[in-house]
Structures are given as C-alpha cells and as structure tokens.
Design a protein around this ligand. Structure first.
Ligand code: GDP
Ligand code: MG
Length: 885
C-alpha cells in the first residue's frame, strides 16, 4: 500500500486534536471518538495535555483510506513550542492547516502558513467549527484569500472526479485562474487533467479548501477523499536516507529516535554512525508495535541509539536547517529547597536532548541553570513537565532577552594567521542580509588564487562558527558573507590555519562595519472593547510598539502591530484586568528588529570586542622570525593579498563587482611571490583554546561586563590611512629593535627593575603546569609562584605575577604577597593584558620592565612602550640557565 506523511497544524483550540480523532474514526482506525474537552482524547496522551486540552508533544497515528496509508503527525499547537513543530514540518509530504471559522485567520495562522511555505509543504486547508458561525463557506473563503492565501480554492469532490477524468465546468475556470500552467492547459484543451491539478497543489500554486465541523464529524470524509485524491505519492529512493524529527523516551526510560525514511529501509541490528539499532517500533498514540523493519517512506521509531539528535539527517539526508523560530528569552531555573543545582541540571539534560533549542546550560559564572524559551507560556508547560516527569517543582527567575546583531554596511574583512610554521590569509565580503536570513555564505574566489580544498575549509568555518557581533558579543545574524580571496603557503598551511584567518577576517570586518543591535519582537493582535482602545494604544506606544490604526469590529477594536518582547512580557495580565477579561492578546514570534534601546543595552553589557580572546579581531603576522598580533585597524596594510574592494565602485552591481574583484585578485596573486618568510612564533598554537577551556570552567562563559573600552580605542584612527601607515612603520621598527637580539637586553644600571608575568599565559605555555592546571588550577598557580619565587631570588627584580580574573563576577581584584612576590588578581572586567599595559604605562619611563607572556597582543603593546618582552618559553629557558649556573 502506498504511504504518505501528513501533518495537521492549527492555532491552539482551532480543533486540531478533534479533527485528528475524527479522521481516525472516519477511517475506522479507532472505534470511539474521544472528546478533548472531556479529557478522553486518543492522541493527547500526556497528562499535561489532558489537563490543559493543549497538544504539546507530537504524536502519530495511522489510517488507511482507499488505496492509501496515511501517517499523521500531530504537530505541537502552541507557538511557544514551535521549534519542534518546525522540525516535524521538515518530514511532511502534505499538511492540513486547520482554521477555526468563528475566529477566522489569526496571526498565528499566518505564522504557520509562512513556515509551511519555508518548508515548501503543499497544504490543504480545513475550515473547522462551521457549526459555530453564521458565515457562509463563500464568506470564509473570501477571507482566506484576502488574509492568508490568494490561491485557496474549492475543488470538485472525489465523486465528481470519478465520473470523468477530464472535468468541464465553470468551476474549472475558477481553478485554472490561480495557476499559469493550468490556464494554458485549459485554453489548449478546454479541460484540466487531474494530474495537472495535483501538480499545482504539490508546487503550492493551489490550496484546496474544505469546510466542516470536526466535533460533529462533518466534512471530514470529504477532506479525507480530497487529500487522497489530490495528493501525489512521495518519491522513495533506493539508497538509505532518513530524517530524525524528534528524540523522546518511553515509559521505561528507553531513548527513542523518531525518523522518517526517505530512502531504502532499516532493520534491527543496522548501524547508524557507530551505534546499532536495537529495535524498531511503529507508534500509534501512546501504543506501539515492534516491527522487524521499515521501508521508505514510513515513519518509525528506532531504539538503542544515544547519539542521534533532532533535525539530524541519516544516510544521504543532510541535517535540517536550524529552526527559524528560535528562543528569544532566557530564564534561570530555580530548584526547590533540598535539590542541588547540580542534581537538577543532570535531570534536565534529558529535556535538552528532546528539545535542543531549550539550550539548558549552567552559567559557570553564577552557577545558575539557564533555559531558553520562546515565550512566557512555555514556562508553565515546562514547570509542569518537569514536575510530572522528575517530581521536582522548579520556579523561574525573570526572563532575559536574547539579543542578536547584524550589520548595516558592506565591508571587506581580512584575516591573516602566521605564527611559526603556520600560514593562512582570508578576504571576505560582509553584506547586510535579509531579516531572518541568518548567516548566508557564498564563494567568489577563483581557484587560481586558492585551491578548492582551502576554499571549502573557509566556507565550512563560516557556516559552523557561531559568529559574535562586536557591540555586545551577541550572535551575529542576517549577514551574507562571500569568500573573495585567500592565500595559502605550500609548506606551512596547516589544519586550523584557515579557521583562524577566517574567524579573524569576520571579526575584522565587523569592527569596520556599521553594527546594529537587534531585539526579538512579537507580532501582536489585541482585541479590546471599543471604549478601551485609547488605553490600549497608549499602552502599546509606551511599550515601543509599532501599531496600525485600529480596525473596528462591532463593539470591539482590533489592534495589530509589532512590539519588543522585552516590553510586553506581563501585558496579558494587564489586559485581562483592565478589560475585565473581555480583552484578548495574541502574541506570535515576529523575528528580530533593530533594538528600541540599543544604546542602553550596549552600555550595560560593556562588551569590549578587542578583549574577547575567543573571538580575536586582529591578525597574526610574522617578522624577523617571530609572530605577533596586529590589531584590526592596522592589518589591511600588511595583508599579502591586495584588498578586494580597492578600485571598485561601491555602487556597482554586486555580482559584476565580485567577478571583477575575483579576476583582479587572481592576477595580483600570480604576481606576488608565494615564498613567505614564516618562522619563529613561540608557544602560540593551541594555547588560546586551552586558556579558553580553563577560563570557561573557572569563571563561566565569556561574559558581558568588560568595561575597559578605552583599551586600544584611544589609538584607533581607522579613517586616516597616512597616520595608520606611520604608526605601523613605527611599530615595526620598534618590534625589530626589541627582537633583533635574542636574549633580553641588559638594562641601564640606574633604573629599578621589574618583571611582570602574565600568570595564566605562562602556565599554559608549559606542558607540566598546563597538565596540573587541567586538574587543579589552584595547584598550578602555586607551583608557578614557587618557580617564580626561586627566580626572583636569583635576579632580584621586583616581580609581579598577574592572574586574569576578569570573568569573575563581582571580583574586585586583589593584591597579595607570596613570599617575595607580588600576586595580582585582576578585577571584574579587567584582563591581564589591560592590567599589564596599565602597569607598564605607569612605571615608564624610569623603570626597566620585562614582561613575560606568550600572548601576542601583549607583545605588541608592550614592545611599543619600551618595555622588554620575554616569551614564556624564553622565561623557562632563562630559569634553567640560572639554575644550572
Ligand atoms: P486543538 O487545540 O487545536 O487541538 O483543539 P481541540 O481539538 O482540542 O479543540 C478545542 C475545542 O474546540 C474543544 O473544546 C473541542 O471540543 C472544540 N471543537 C473542536 N472542533 C469543533 C467543531 O467543529 N465544532 C465545535 N462546536 N467545537 C469544536
Ligand atoms: Mg490539541
């Protein structure tokens, strides 16, 4: 029997569950008809759903009608749970969109239609609850065409179609009018073929509409006939392929991987990745049947797999796109008395696997458990779900907005990475993208410039990286990034080099571009009694909403608009109280818009992009046998490839411009000799990563409160090329001067001598200390201090060891003595670099200062200031030398 997979989508309460039951009942799959309002529904098994009458977790059901087996996936109804709904969409052949006749087209109905369009799912519309409205089918159809979908049509019933394959009718003209291809066919033949209509439906050029009442089982059989008659069978490929649309657990705690097969078949003992399938089930509601295999294009559930995840593609299938409806709020999950955060976190991991967009994580900074949600509604559902499954009654802290960033200008971003025996350079074009488009990548790089293999690496880095904006460190979105050119070195380019160069290029571009802070907004519909519309409009204005003029519907006024999520969180309660329960507020995710209070947010975050070690903005170059960091505002002069934007008119058509650029670059690259002097960068590779890991463990995620924005800024004169070049030259000279002799210089006798040590950098440059740090950071610090104390005994300098503690929230910094040493822990929002830079500044001139570090940024700052720099490696060699003497 031929199979297809259908989903039913609806605004909450439109009657989705009731319709599912009616379909099953009509097809004889169930004998009695459960009533949602009596808590008897077959599909809404979960207790919470029964209690609320809301479908939250998706179920499946099967029925046979004529020669067709249909697998129904009951998609989650409330918009707050839509990431899961979206994933379910990606495995559907067709959808039935339920519209409630009395309510008409609601904003959520349009959201669902938009999603169906994004996933290109052909859609049947069922107008439900016709028993509750005075309106005629024609009226409702008119509204659908106006507000939801102009191509909505009533098709002849299956019975009509059976009587003649080619139907001639005035109605046919009406149908043909919606699709060019059909018009042509009709003009040519004076008739339409059923297959052409099927084709139009499957391409979403026609949307058949049915009317009825699910509760009274009216119009349901006609809907079934229509769906079977007017849908095409999905293609089943021979090669194995499947999509994971959901992860769940059964009552015994067995992990369930729900998949849709798109090709081939699957049997128990087949392997997926490195794991073996231990069993296969076909689910119906809560019940299941164990089977010894499933074939394309069925829906089935695999047992025994631990590493699968929602949205995953198996076999030839690729992973599904990231859900469009991403969470916009972050809440702290507070355990009840007697439950530790650690225990609770462990427990909640299960939910994370089911719904990765929850992003349940511990903020290591504060120790709090955080969860990401679509909106406040989800709180209650999540609370009950946690209570029901784990017996823990949690509460939540106030919601925090998840901001994003984008750009408003087009720039070229460049990155270069060339420590000892490494080499990579990348040039990228960053352009503002469409709202909601996320990060898009393109490639305009010629293979004459850079081999395909490296090009692929760059594109893959662009796609994989969670790029961070430079205003607040929030995720970057809606940016199109095009690879313009890049350069490799035949000998020195290694695995991660292009990743380094690419990420630096993105960040360099962002520093130059005009950045825009984005905040999530809701699409809002507010229905209030007419007399209260003034109050409602004033409220929405105060909440920075953008509102259309009110529409009057009898005694009621309807307001539509968009309003920042940050401003409206508790407004539903206000509406209920000032309208005495008559008002109705509907909020749907409306994507992201420029933030209404961007300055305030940026100020509060105090993010300093140049101190964000994990997302460097500068590049690493090599001179005189050593690598060093060049800040973002000076890198362009030093790039080995010419700027891709040089000599092109900004207004030129972008495709053409890109092509020209690519050609110009190919020429330039051929001219510039590929031989590059690469040598002598010490202890850099791999260190960043280790530091990151330790920092994250010790102090939590990179956090927002870096306030030392003046670091680097005071010297930023990006717009003045002459000055830039001048300073660059000076920096190079200085750099050469300090690096031309291998050992630290002998200072003038009269000056007091200081040695300032960047503690963590030194720890991570030494394999023994690093190993120790991985187990116990405190022990590693003590060990380092002992070594340094020894050293101080020999050299007699004033020795300051600085430990970076800027991520420590509320850290006020501290100064301690450790024997003969000064030990400094930086305060919150102060990096060790910043501390050292300031110290050097204060002590100079009039002191002989040696800074021990391997951090390339410090090397540059410090050598520009007249202090001496010793790498961590040199420092250890020096200690060895002293000891052996
Ligand atoms: P869902 O939230 O979309 O799954 O909606 P339900 O199927 O739970 O239905 C919501 C409410 O509307 C329930 O009380 C149903 O009994 C009622 N309902 C569903 N379909 C109809 C219908 O065709 N006519 C009437 N009068 N009520 C209906
Ligand atoms: Mg339901």
């Amino acid at each position: 029997m031929s199979k297809s997979v259908l989903g039913i989508l609806a605004h909450v309460d439109a009657g989705k569950t009731t319709l599912s039951e009616a379909l099953l009942y009509t097809a004889g799959s169930i004998r009695s008809f459960g009533r949602v309002d009596r808590g008897e529904s077959f599909l809404d098994g979960e207790e919470i759903e029964r209690a609320r009458g809301v479908t939250v977790f998706s179920k499946q059901a099967r029925l046979s009608w004529m020669d067709r087996e249909i697998v129904f996936l009951d998609t989650p109804g409330h918009v707050d749970f839509s990431p899961e709904a979206e994933r379910t969409l990606s495995v559907l052949d067709y959808a039935i969109l339920v519209v409630s006749a009395p309510d008409g087209v609601q904003s959520h109905t349009r959201t669902l239609m938009r999603l169906l369009s994004k996933y290109e799912i052909p859609t049947f519309i069922f107008v439900n609850k016709m028993d509750l409205t005075e309106r005629s089918a024609g009226d409702v159809l008119g509204e659908l065409r106006e507000n939801l979908c102009p191509e909505a049509v009533e098709l002849p019933t299956a019975a009509d179609m059976l009587s003649s394959e080619n139907t001639k009718d005035e109605d046919i003209e009406e149908i043909a009018g919606h699709d060019e291809a059909l018009i042509e066919e009709y003009l040519e033949n004076g008739a339409l073929f059923s297959d052409s209509i099927r084709q139009s439906i499957s391409c979403r050029r026609l949307f058949p509409v049915y009317f009825g009442s699910a509760l009274h089982n009216e119009g349901v059989k006609e809907l079934l006939d229509g769906v079977v008659n007017w849908s095409m069978l999905p293609e089943a490929f021979d090669e194995f392929g499947a999509r994971v649309y959901k992860i769940g657990w059964d009552k015994k705690g067995e992990r369930l991987t729900h998949i849709r097969l798109t090709g081939g078949s699957i049997r128990p003992k087949d392997t997926i990745g490195t794991e073996k399938v231990q069993g296969i089930r076909l689910y119906e509601g809560e019940k299941f049947e164990a089977v010894d295999g499933a074939d394309a294009v069925d829906i089935c559930t695999l047992l025994g797999l631990q590493e699968t995840y929602p949205g995953q593609g198996l076999g030839f299938e690729k992973d599904a796109p990231v859900p469009e409806l991403s969470p916009v709020l972050s809440y702290q999950v507070i355990p009840p008395k007697g439950v530790t955060t650690g225990k609770l976190f462990e427990t909640l991991q299960v939910l994370n696997e089911e719904e990765p967009t929850f992003g349940i994580a511990v903020n290591e900074n504060t120790g709090d458990i955080m969860v990401r949600l679509m909106g406040p509604f989800q709180l209650e559902v999540l609370q009950q779900e946690i209570k029901r499954r784990f017996g823990i009654l949690v509460t939540f802290g106030p919601g925090k907005i998840l901001y994003k960033e984008t750009i408003a200008s087009t720039v070229e971003g460049v990155g270069h990475f060339e420590p000892l025996r490494h080499y990579a350079e990348a040039h990228l074009l960053l352009e503002p993208g469409e709202p909601g488009s996320g990060i898009e990548t393109a490639n305009a790089c010629s293979v004459d410039v850079l081999s395909v293999n490296y090009q692929k690496q760059i594109i893959s880095v662009l796609e994989r990286t969670h790029h961070k904006g430079v205003l607040t460190g929030s995720p970057l979105t809606d940016v199109k990034i095009t690879l313009l050119s890049g350069k490799s070195h035949t000998k020195h380019t290694e695995g991660g080099d292009f990743s380094q160069a690419t990420r630096r290029a993105v960040r360099q571009g962002l520093m130059k571009a005009e950045s825009v802070l984005l905040e999530p907004v809701f699409d809002l519909e507010l229905r209030v009694p007419g007399s209260m519309v003034g109050r409602a409009m004033t409220d929405l204005e105060r909440m920075h909403g953008s509102i259309e003029p009110p529409e009057i519907e009898g005694d009621y006024a309807l307001l539509r608009g968009r309003v920042p999520v940050a401003c409206i969180t508790d407004y539903a309660k206000d509406v209920a109280s000032y309208t005495g329960g008559l008002g109705e507020l509907t909020l749907d995710p409306g994507g992201y818009e420029p933030c209404h209070n961007a300055e305030e947010i940026i100020e509060n975050r105090g993010y300093d992009p140049e101190s964000d070690m994990r997302n460097p903005t500068g590049s690493v170059f090599c001179a005189q046998g050593a690598g060093y960091v060049v800040p973002w505002y000076e890198v362009e002069e030093m790039m080995h490839l010419p700027s891709a934007l040089d000599g092109t008119d900004d207004n030129e058509d972008s495709d053409e411009a890109l092509q020209k650029m690519a050609l110009a670059r190919a020429e330039a690259a051929k001219r510039s000799a590929s031989a590059t002097d690469v040598s002598g960068f010490r202890g850099y590779s791999g260190m960043e990563k280790d530091l990151e890991n330790i920092f994250v463990r010790e102090f939590g995620e990179i956090k927002s409160s870096l306030n030392n924005r003046d670091v680097g800024k005071k010297e930023r004169d990006y717009d003045d090329p002459a000055k830039r070049q001048e300073r660059l030259r000076a920096a190079r000279e200085e750099y050469k001067a300090t690096h031309s002799s291998a050992s630290p210089k002998t200072p003038a006798k009269s000056l007091p001598k200081y040695t300032i040590i960047d503690g963590y950098n030194v720890i991570f440059a030494d394999s023994e200390l690093k190993g120790l740090a991985n187990d116990d950071l405190h022990a590693a610090r003590t060990r380092l201090l002992d070594i340094v104390a020894d050293y101080q005994g020999y050299v007699g300098d004033t020795v300051i060891v600085v430990f970076d503690a800027w991520r420590k929230k509320g850290g006020t910094g501290s100064s301690e003595r450790y024997g003969n040493l000064y030990v400094e822990f930086t305060k919150e929002a102060q990096t060790a670099d910043a501390y050292i830079e300031r110290a050097v500044h204060q002590l100079m001139p009039g002191a002989h200062i040696t800074v021990v570090t391997s951090d390339a940024a410090e090397q540059v700052i410090v050598s520009g200031s007249g202090a001496y720099r010793m790498s961590s490696r040199e420092f250890f060699e020096e200690i060895k030398r002293i000891k052996s003497q």
